[in-house]
Design a binder for this molecule. Structure first.
Ligand SMILES: [Fe+2]
Length: 207
């Protein structure tokens, strides 16, 4: 399948997947997808990263899901990068080397957008994505699970299964502790996408 057809199909499957959730944050992401997702296709140079090696296991964990099939068909075309706004010593080597994301709709993505970003995000198993926050309101729609989540000041990690969306309001702290299955999610940032995320130093990380 060529890149344009594969990305078009993947965006359709993402819309179908998200439409099943009655959730304000999901609706905000779907609004952006409807606004920007049908624009002219832009060709990107494909790129993989070490964390992409976890994708086959993550996709297998989704089972015979049409979204998994659409992701698989799009894989040869995706351009994976790391989020480089965090100083490496603040976010930690495990996350810095263990994650990758691929923007589908956004500035410079397959479908251009203004102050909106939607794509796929993968993190290897048993990795802590440390407490952080950002101006952008954020949707995580995890396609695998279970994974641990916490939202300070509650310091306990709570396990959430796959297919249970997480919505983070602007500057709301959050952290993810991935489980034995690699973490794969749809992410959406609905505004303030250029404002960099920041690590939050907790007492336990200082000690
Ligand atoms: Fe976040």
């Amino acid at each position: 399948m060529n890149a344009e057809a594969a990305i078009t199909q993947l965006l359709r499957e993402i819309e179908t997947y998200l439409a099943a959730f009655d959730h304000a944050g999901v609706r905000a992401v779907r609004d952006g997808l409807a606004r920007w997702g049908n624009g002219p296709h832009k060709t990107l140079r494909p790129r993989t990263l070490p964390a992409c090696g976890h994708l086959p296991v993550a996709l297998a964990a989704m089972g015979k899901h049409s979204l998994a099939q659409a992701i698989e068909a799009a894989l040869p075309h995706l351009r994976w990068i790391t989020y480089d706004a965090y100083p490496r010593d603040e976010i930690g080597a495990a996350f810095a080397d263990g994650h990758a994301f691929a923007s589908l709709v956004g500035e410079g993505a397959f479908r251009d957008a203004d102050d909106f970003d939607l794509g796929l995000f993968v993190i290897g198993p048993d990795i802590l994505y440390r407490d952080h926050h950002h101006a952008a309101p954020e949707l995580y729609a995890p396609l695998t699970g279970p994974h641990g989540w916490r939202f300070l000041p509650d310091k306990t990690f709570h396990t959430k299964p796959a297919d249970e969306p997480v919505w983070n309001e602007p500057w709301a702290p959050h952290a993810t502790l991935t489980g034995a299955t690699p973490f794969l999610c749809i992410f959406g940032w609905t505004r303030d996408v250029s404002s960099p995320a920041k690590v939050i130093f907790t007492d336990e990380e200082k000690s």
